[in-house]
Design a protein around this ligand. Structure first.
Ligand code: ADP
Ligand code: MG
Length: 551
């Protein structure tokens, strides 16, 4: 073997190792699931590359995962005949945390310096390879890449901050991970115990799993089964396996369709509330994997569902996707676009149906996940898709008591005859909405007004523009558009027109270039004045800060 090089882990990796060692104590067995999942990924990569015609060494070997336990030596070894890793891959993949957003998360966790809920970490993050350091004080990784002309390497670390790497001989294609167990973790060198764990986590792995020479799993591509024949318990296990979590699915959508494209899909909405990763657009990965006839094409197939659907976990299998599709083609093939449109629309209709059939669960879901549909409206380029997304939204309204929500289709159904706009008012709370001068101005006309309490709601509805051919109209805009001439019969409290113009001139001189126009209105009763803006939420924030400076 060659000279041994010593390297430091990336700073975030060291922090993660600390968190893992400290907080995942009760869920130690999870490391087996993580290592099997990595082995399975490596095998799927190998299958994919073989089918897409790459030149690979030892391409005809059987693709399988072997687990061997050794009670005397206190080790558990996981060996896969997958694609393997080159030296560079071992250094980057095992020494750094690649996921964007993960750094911020770890930073936050270690700043708080408190025990973190292990489920939360794994759920949001997938601790992956490092979870093995919960049970181990020394891990060795032997890997032989199947890419041409790559020497094998041996990687070793005690998880405390550094690792060594050197060239190795006589390593067969794939990766072998030897876990030297801590004295109090000897249970993971016990075959009976390990077989139980493997059964629990890995009945869905797409390759043979062999434990101490005996097959330990059954191959079950659940998504290809008849939806009626899958039990909820099986969904739960499968969801946990593919989603890398401990919670349950709150909605399960299992369907097949042949037109306009062949699709077998199994999609889950998590029961847990979205965490930092899911809400952060940059941080989270799409959770849907793409298969073609049981062969994994891509595990985080970000092109087959829009980014706002990143909270959905599942599997999509389509016979119409060519197997040898390159990663580049995966991005802009017409088939992929078709797949994406069908999946998105079917999923939206599924959620709309939950609203009708399981209203209570839907409303809970909406509270936790409504944000994503709003993001969808902002980022979508298709009016049809925006309106389908908008059907999910719910609002409080001026014609309903606080706490009751109305949807846009319901609003349209009960609109006044002749009303052509859907009115909304953006305010931080119901109380402020009801006391707003904008609301006062429209109240007399007896139109229903939707109340939006999130700062981004206004942006969402502006992006939507229309719903069911009706314009989405901010009451602020409505007020600005008001062109009715001031009424002739001025009551005795009104200012004379010369006083009015004098007042206008004074206000203009005080506000200067901060305002475009100053005018009188007869719409207000209890408020002396109101600020209106064209229609930008951002502008409104600007106005707010300016008003604060002015007062
Ligand atoms: P993730 O699986 O979410 O990417 P992990 O920490 O589990 O994160 O693994 C990190 C990376 O190490 C993997 O993405 C993969 O590139 C590499 N890796 C881990 N185990 C194996 C293996 N058995 N064969 C090939 N590559 C592996
Ligand atoms: Mg992994």
């Amino acid at each position: 073997s060659g000279p041994s090089e010593s390297h430091e882990f990336q700073a975030e990796t060291r922090q993660l190792l600390n968190i893992v060692a400290k907080s995942l104590y009760s869920e130690k067995e999870v490391f087996i699931r993580e290592l099997i999942s990595n082995a399975s990924d490596a095998i799927e990569k190998m299958r994919f590359m073989t089918r897409s015609g790459q030149t690979l060494s030892g391409a005809d070997r059987p693709l399988e995962i072997r687990i061997d336990t050794d009670k005397v030596g206190r080790t558990i070894t996981i060996h896969d005949s997958g694609l393997g890793m080159t030296k560079e891959e071992m250094m980057t993949n095992l020494g750094t945390i690649a996921r964007s957003g993960s750094k911020a998360f770890i930073q936050e966790m270690s700043e708080k310096n408190q025990t973190v809920d292990s489920k939360e970490i794994i759920g949001q993050f997938g601790v992956g390879f490092y979870s093995a350091f919960m049970v181990s004080d020394k891990i060795e990784v032997f890997s032989q890449s199947s890419l041409p002309d790559q020497p094998a390497h041996h990687w070793e670390s005690d998880g405390s901050g550094t690792y060594t790497i050197r060239e190795a001989q006589n390593v067969s294609e794939g990766t072998k991970i030897v876990i030297h167990l801590k004295p109090d973790c000897a249970e993971f060198a016990d075959e009976t115990n390990v077989r139980e764990i493997v059964k629990k986590y890995s009945s869905f792995v797409g390759s043979d799993l062999i434990l101490n020479g005996t097959k330990a799993n059954e191959l079950r591509p659940l998504w290809l089964m008849d939806p009626k024949e899958v039990e909820p318990d099986t969904h739960e296990d499968f969801y946990r396996y593919i989603g890398n979590t401990f919670d349950k699915p709150r909605f399960t959508y299992h369907f097949r369709t042949d037109a306009p494209i062949d699709i077998r899909a199994l999609l889950y909405v998590p029961e847990s509330r979205p965490g930092l990763f899911e809400t952060n657009r940059e941080g989270a990965d799409v959770g849907v994997a793409l298969y073609c006839r049981k062969v994994l094409i891509k595990s985080k197939a970000e092109n087959i569902v829009p980014k706002w659907m990143r909270f959905v976990k599942g599997v999509v299998d389509s016979e119409d996707i060519p197997l040898n599709l390159s990663r580049e083609l995966l991005q802009d093939s017409a088939q992929i676009r078709k797949l994406r449109t069908v999946l998105t629309n079917k999923f939206l209709r599924f959620i709309q149906e939950r609203a009708r059939k399981e209203t209570k669960s839907f409303l809970e879901f909406y509270k936790d996940y409504g944000f994503f549909f709003k993001e969808g409206i902002i980022t979508s380029n298709e009016q049809y898709e925006k309106e389908e997304l908008a059907k999910i939204l719910r609002f409080e309204s001026s014609k309903q008591p606080a706490g009751e929500l109305v949807s846009l289709p319901e609003y349209c159904d009960r609109m006044n005859a002749g009303q052509r706009d859907i009115y909304y008012l953006s305010a931080p709370s119901r109380q402020l909405a009801e006391n707003s001068p904008y609301f006062e101005a429209l109240k007399k006309r007896d139109v229903e007004i939707l109340f939006c309490y999130e700062s981004y709601d206004e942006l969402v509805l502006m992006q939507l523009q229309q719903f069911d051919k009706k314009s989405m109209t901010s009451v602020e805009k409505e007020m600005r558009m008001d062109n009715t001439p001031p009424s002739e019969e001025t009551d005795k409290d009104s200012l004379s027109s010369s006083d009015q113009s004098e007042l206008m001139d004074w206000v203009k001189s005080q506000l200067g270039p901060k305002v475009a126009k100053v005018k009188t209105t007869t719409k207000l009763e209890s408020h002396p004045c109101v600020i209106t803006v064209e229609e930008m939420a951002a502008a409104r924030h600007f106005v707010k800060t300016q008003a604060a400076n002015f007062s």
